[in-house]
Design a binder for this molecule. Structure first.
Ligand code: SF4
Length: 62
């Protein structure tokens, strides 16, 4: 995604089963490779992780 990815926009590399199509490859964005997930970020379920992301998007909205 040469123009970047907006908040809430699905990454073109995200597979239908929610895996990254370029995981472990050199072309994977440095930001993705450097991300270290935390318990707070992931929560206990997909729903909790998505709620955390929604809070981040609201807090960092321009
Ligand atoms: S890890 Fe990065 S490149 Fe892979 S699907 Fe997620 S946002 Fe896209």
């Amino acid at each position: 995604m040469p123009l970047g990815k907006r908040a809430g926009e699905r990454c073109v590399q995200l597979l239908p089963d929610m895996r990254c199509a370029i995981f472990g490859q050199p072309g994977r964005p440095a930001f993705c490779a450097s991300l270290r997930p935390t318990q707070e970020m992931c929560g206990a379920s997909r729903e909790e992780a998505l709620a955390f992301l929604a809070r981040l998007e609201t807090a960092t909205k321009p």
